[in-house]
Design a protein around this ligand. Sequence first.
Ligand code: AHZ
Length: 305
Amino acid sequence: MSSTTTITTTPTATGYRLNGDACQDYKFKPIREAEVNREMTHRYFTDMIEYAESDVVIVGAGSAGLSCAWELSKDPSIKIAIIEQSVAPGGGCWLGGQLFSAMIVRKPAHTFLEDVGVPFEEKENYVVVKHAALFTSTILSKLLQRPNVKLFNATAVEDLIVKQGEVKGVVTNWALVTLTGHDTQSCMDPNVIEAKVVVSGCGHDGPFGASMVKRLQSIKLVEKGCGMRCLDMNSAEDEIVNQTREIVPGIVMTGMELAELDGASRMGPTFGAMLISGQRAAFAARASLQRQRDAEEQTQNKISH
Ligand code: AHZ
């Protein structure tokens, strides 16, 4: 509380006490419009310059992508850009399923919730978070405070940078351009972010979903799979976690997009697999970074000998 804050103790009609300056004649400090502009644009473009070369780009800020970012960003030396086409990050995890609030997480994935600090109600084989938005808002608020993480929302990944069969980064555009602009503004070229590893968590097929797996199939870096199978909660969650891996050099896949690649079942409204698949994707991304560092070191050693 600032030293100038006044506390009123007048009881209101509802019995609550109001406190703070909001009850007084309120006056903001002055600001110039241009100052607001410069604060925002300077910071955004500084971030764009800073993250033009990232260690890891995570595509899609759904439950899998965010869980991956959570785990990976524990190492402050890894620079992570998260690209989300929607204005609001979170993908499908603002709701538990359909329009319902509660989020079901099957054990033992509840340990991930403990790690993030999300409270839950305990049942024998699963836990319940009282609102999925509590998970999403908690992980987002903690993640976005980490100095090695930048979220670029309202930005879509349109394509990949691929060299000699290895993924070396992503091609981006403002999501509005990707969604509608290409009808009228086909000349609007995109932007790029170089990355040592790309983690794709674009979700299953849909208006924007599975965008990465479709592109990888079209350039024949992966085979065309049979697509997501029908719902079976018990097999689906294990399958997704166990299939999480680096699918081609430089690209790790996580979450429901994997079902489109490998033909796994969908699990419907249970989220444990998304959290643990995200965590596994972080381990796979770290292993890929390490492998690339070792290879670089070997090349340097050969040159210097
Ligand atoms: O907007 C998408 C969403 O937030 C984003 N996205 C997709 N393509 C993109 C692109 N560029 C940038 N080209 C992109 N962003 O990716 C996010 C995917 O989140 P999601 O919640 O849809 O997927 P997830 O795999 O993290 O979680 C799946 C949750 C599901 S679906 C399901 C079922 O249908 O049975 N069950 C569960 C638990």
